[in-house]
Design a protein around this ligand. Structure first.
Ligand SMILES: [Zn+2]
Length: 702
């Protein structure tokens, strides 16, 4: 999902000085008749896209930053003793305009962008970053928070207000606000170096990816690819295969020429190792630098520092999850390897299975045992039926909410569907926008975010959107989805429910503003209802005949779900484990050989036991952790998957899809936002720690 813009506001800060005088003067002229400056008069104060124009954003952002800066200055200039109201609450209120401007802006830049918006985004990025930095480096502000935090138990705060104070204090502390002036300077130096090295990593990797391209002169070498795949590779007189970011390459599933497969695989595996675009020194230095940063901040390693506000809390908990999964994952991968080796022999070949053979022969096994013909399935998955009779139906059965289509709300594109949601007693709950079809102005993938965030402080009910990239049918044709599309719709609406059921006083604790290893839990959990018999029966009907999807097709979908999961889980675990190992090194360790470090990391966790199963990313091209913000965080996907299956298991143990079960889940989990310790919240609802067995079962690993 998309980062909550509000969260962005919280992790960053302010800057009057960032906008010069003339820009401000121009800006103020542009603020008259700017629809972003006033709250919209539409229902739920949803942004009025019929009035918002590209040119409104820049001046509104500048003014919003100015207002927040002014508000923060007023807080720190206050001669009175800090109180919750004059400090914490005042910070919470300071970003109200910035959020109102940001929400529609990020909705548009994600789902319906254009050159002008992109230019504005580029213009704003450094200004916003400086703005947010200035808040978190504001020592006077931090000292007021610290005074309150130190005597927080005497302040007689309600639970959510206490959490808000702790949340702000911890964010400042994590950013280094508690350090001495000298150490702050050291930290700034480390942060700057880290940013420089990350950029260097990205640039080097980009060059490595480009240099790794494979040129084919003889079309015959491309045997196994379809004509359309071949023509997509065409580059003047040659054919060109470019590298994707994962170790395995999509074309390895079809290429019949074994030499070419090996060449492509090795180009991928060695792209940033040993060539002139080598990243080994960069990643070693990054890992060492992060260890030093953790030490400066009082932690024994980077992972320990970075996991503080997550549900997992400590590296030990993450490693414990891995160790529970590794034996089952590698055992299943070994079985898969044996079956694939047999398929090699059966195909009249005689060689030892290597990583570059896996996908081609796995695909042959899949076709023989689990073939899912999408064209047979799609007629049962018509978009609006899946949405209204599947996704909404499940939500109604569980949580009692109802839906009414609205055609009177202006949206940013004609394809966007709008529904109003109501509680069981008819009380309005919020607005939902569904933007399902792919188009050029939309980035890839699927996500959820808010146009209006729920909060009692500002008397706001949520307005939430889901964006997907389904193929748009031609005029007059029905929109038929693949099974993956169906699952994506349930997934994104799971995020939406987390936002709709938010019941918080403060926007920065509302709904989906939770840690990375929890935020995908409500969405992954919601996927489970896609195949739930009572739900499936209600939505999976042939678009022409109305006939229900036959059981044989349902069985095929279910069987296909466990195919190749030993491989998938092992390659993921190998990468996630590398991420943890790189970020658990002590501050005094020098890494002389990144390849040896990687080898040792895989060996000691027994993730190298199946010869043909390799990490999803090698360290040298693991851009999640060295090029963007996922350091010590790649495990999150697996953590939430554990929660998702364990939670669904609770429902199975308690009679499944019932109002009572749904209400309990809503009351104890979905409505709580970030107001509780996530681990304790989960345990209170589940009655125990999350267990790993349901995940193993779902992946066919038990
Ligand atoms: Zn998601």
């Amino acid at each position: 999902m998309k980062t909550n813009p509000l969260f962005l506001i919280l992790i960053t800060g302010l800057s009057v000085s960032a906008c010069n005088q003339s820009a401000e003067t121009n800006a103020s002229a542009d603020l008259q008749n700017n629809p972003l400056m006033e709250e919209s008069t539409l229902p739920y104060a949803t942004p009025d896209f019929s009035k918002i124009k590209n040119e409104h954003f820049k001046p509104a952002f500048i003014e919003a930053m100015r207002q927040q800066t002014e508000a923060i200055d007023q807080i720190t200039a206050n001669k009175e003793e800090p109180t919750f109201d004059n400090t914490v609450l005042a910070i919470e209120k300071s970003g109200v305009l910035l959020e109102r401007v940001s929400n529609p802006f990020y909705a548009l830049t994600g789902a319906n962008t254009n050159d002008e918006l992109e230019e504005i985004q580029e213009f704003l990025a450094p200004k916003l970053s400086a703005h947010y930095d200035a808040i978190y480096l504001n020592d006077a502000l931090f000292q007021r928070l610290k005074t309150l935090y130190t005597k927080r138990s005497e302040l007689d705060l309600d639970q959510e207000s206490l959490k808000l104070l702790e949340n702000y204090y911890e964010d400042f502390e994590i950013a280094g606000a508690n350090l001495s002036a000298d150490d702050k300077d050291k930290l700034k130096e480390i942060n700057a170096k880290e940013a420089t090295l990350s950029t260097k990593f990205n640039q080097t990797l980009l060059a490595a990816n480009n240099a790794g391209v494979i040129i084919i002169q003889d079309k015959a070498e491309l045997a196994g690819l379809s004509e359309s795949e071949i023509s997509a590779l065409k580059d003047s007189s040659d054919w060109k295969i470019t590298l994707q970011n994962t170790t395995q390459q999509p074309l390895l599933q079809s290429l019949e020429n074994r030499d070419l497969r090996e060449k492509l695989f090795k180009a991928s595996w060695n792209r940033a190792d040993g060539s002139k675009n080598d990243t080994k020194a960069i990643i070693s230095e990054l890992a060492e630098l992060r260890a030093q940063k953790a030490k400066l901040l009082g932690f024994s390693n980077y992972a320990e520092w970075s996991l503080q506000k997550t549900m997992a809390k400590t590296p030990a908990h993450v490693m414990d999850l891995f160790s529970k999964l590794i034996p089952a994952a590698t055992a299943k991968a070994q079985n898969e390897s044996d079956a694939i080796q047999a398929m090699v022999q059966q195909s009249g070949e005689d060689f030892k299975l290597e990583p570059w053979d896996w996908n081609l022969y796995a695909e042959k096994v899949r076709k023989a045992k689990f073939d899912l013909d999408e064209s047979q399935i799609k007629p049962y998955f018509e978009l609006e039926s899946v949405l209204e009779n599947g996704v909404f139906y499940a939500a109604e059965k569980l949580y009692g909410i109802t839906f009414k289509k609205r055609t009177d709300i202006p949206t940013y594109h004609d394809d966007v569907l709008v529904y109003e949601l109501f509680e069981e007693d008819g009380e309005p709950l919020g607005l939902f926008y569904g933007d399902f079809f792919s188009r050029e102005s939309k980035r890839g993938g699927a996500w959820m975010s808010n146009l209006v965030t729920q909060s009692k402080l500002f008397d706001k009910k949520p307005v939430i959107y889901n964006v997907c990239n389904y193929t748009k049918p031609s005029e007059g044709e029905p929109a038929l989805l693949t099974y993956d599309d169906v699952v994506t719709m349930f997934h994104e609406f799971g995020h939406a429910l987390h936002g709709f059921f938010a019941d918080q006083m403060y926007p920065s604790l509302s709904g989906t503003s939770v840690s990375r290893d929890f935020v995908e839990f409500p969405s992954q959990f919601n996927e489970n209802w896609a195949l739930y018999p009572d739900v499936l029966k209600n939505y999976a009907k042939h678009y022409k005949t109305g006939e229900q999807i036959p059981q044989t097709l349902i069985d095929k979908i279910k069987n296909a779900g466990t195919f190749n999961q030993g491989y998938a889980l092992t390659e993921y675990l190998a990468a996630a484990n590398l991420d943890m190992q790189w970020h658990m090194i002590p501050a005094d360790l020098k890494i002389s050989d990144a390849n040896q470090f990687e080898k040792d990391a895989l060996h000691k966790t027994k993730l190298d036991v199946v010869h043909a199963v390799v990490p999803r990313y090698r360290s040298t091209y693991f851009s999640h952790i060295f090029g963007s913000g996922y350091a010590a965080g790649y495990y999150s996907y697996l953590w939430t998957e554990m929660l998702d299956h364990d939670a669904y298991n609770w429902f199975e143990e308690h009679n499944g899809l019932t109002r009572e079960n749904g209400q309990r889940f809503r009351d104890m989990v979905l409505s709580r936002g970030n107001t509780l310790d996530l681990e304790e919240m989960y345990r209170a609802w589940r009655g125990s720690e999350p267990k790993i067995e349901p995940l193993l079962k779902a992946r066919g690993l038990n």
